[in-house]
Design a protein around this ligand. Structure first.
Ligand code: FE2
Length: 149
């Protein structure tokens, strides 16, 4: 059920801000990764930022459906996001570890937010967020396998 002025709006916008920052980090890694796994990681980071763009769009549209206003500017996203930008030169393995950490943070906030949505009877938000977590668990497994952790 869609609820106008849902109490979930603020946290959905925080998640949207996280996704905006994550998107830019993945683009950075796509551009700057080097080493023996270049081809695989260059493609993997591109697949991930393409997926993150779709997820950000879905979150923004959920905010609108719930009667809110999504975060639109990069400045606002940077102010709100809990994930951090990364412009440092990094080895491929360090990039993967950063991405795994971000996926873990996203899983935590999305599971918590899904729980709140469930309590409010907002099944569409539950489905959206649970779907994200399921997909990202598989991505995390593949990344962990790449560096054998
Ligand atoms: Fe590219």
């Amino acid at each position: 059920m869609t609820q106008k002025n849902s109490p979930l709006l603020a946290e959905l916008n925080l998640l949207l801000a996280d996704y905006q920052v994550f998107y830019q980090k993945l683009r950075t890694y796509h551009w700057t990764v080097t080493g023996p796994h270049f081809l695989a990681l260059h493609a993997q980071f591109e697949a991930m930022y393409t997926d993150v763009a779709l997820k950000a769009d879905a979150v923004a549209e959920r905010v609108l459906m719930l009667g809110g206003r999504p975060v639109t500017t990069l400045a606002e996203a940077l102010r709100l996001a809990r994930l951090k930008e990364d412009g440092e030169p990094r080895a491929a393995e360090a990039m993967i570890r950063h991405v795994l950490g971000d996926l873990e943070s996203l899983a935590k906030v999305q599971r918590a937010l899904s729980g709140k949505a469930g309590e409010l009877g907002d099944q569409s938000t539950v489905n959206l967020l649970d779907g994200f977590v399921d997909e990202q668990e598989k991505t995390a497994w593949m990344l962990r396998a790449t560096i054998a952790v």
